[in-house]
Design a protein around this ligand. Sequence first.
Ligand SMILES: Cc1cc2nc3c(=O)[nH]c(=O)nc-3n(C[C@H](O)[C@H](O)[C@H](O)COP(=O)(O)O)c2cc1C
Length: 185
Amino acid sequence: MQRIVIGITGASGIQYALDLLETIQTADLETHLVISEGAKRVLAEELSMNARDLAQFVTQVHDDRDVGAGIASGSFRTLGMVIIPCSASTLAKVAHGMADTLITRAAHVHLKERRPLVLVPRETPYSRPMLEAMLKAHDAGARILAANPGFYGNPQSVKDLLGFISARVLDQLGIDNQRSSRWKE
Ligand SMILES: Cc1cc2nc3c(=O)[nH]c(=O)nc-3n(C[C@H](O)[C@H](O)[C@H](O)COP(=O)(O)O)c2cc1C
């Protein structure tokens, strides 16, 4: 069974995470989810949901304080990890190798093991620290996939826009999907 790790942090756009979780629910994957304290606040504000509501979509939910979880070790094999959405705070930590939570530790493990790590930052405008952190994380091996859906597929709904990002994330992790239309395919 292939495994992936999904971290949700406290940026706006928890809907992106929810769409990804719904999309991968039917995939033949073992899914490990971690929700930061910041994300729990935004989850309540944006979707009137709590962390327990997301458990139904994944194999296992981990506490962000549990830095002893399997996903905190390089010996625990995964296909890759995504942090969606990725707050400026978590982005900065990942860029600088800080690993004081399970999400940032697992991200660091994915970088050191040279496995795919997809970061989906959401902020506008970007500050200079955030731009620098994106470049630093990119140079360390992360893929910066901003929450920045394209409109060339003629989206008809918010769900279509969310699907665009889910599809691009899954493409980066090498997971076959038809969540969004593809240009001239
Ligand atoms: C409703 C709400 C929306 C937020 N939106 C963003 C955002 O879009 N981007 C961001 O970087 N931080 C945003 N924040 C701030 C982060 O949640 C905050 O910096 C938090 O400490 C991030 O911690 P975490 O990375 O551990 O989740 C938002 C906070 C709230 C309450």
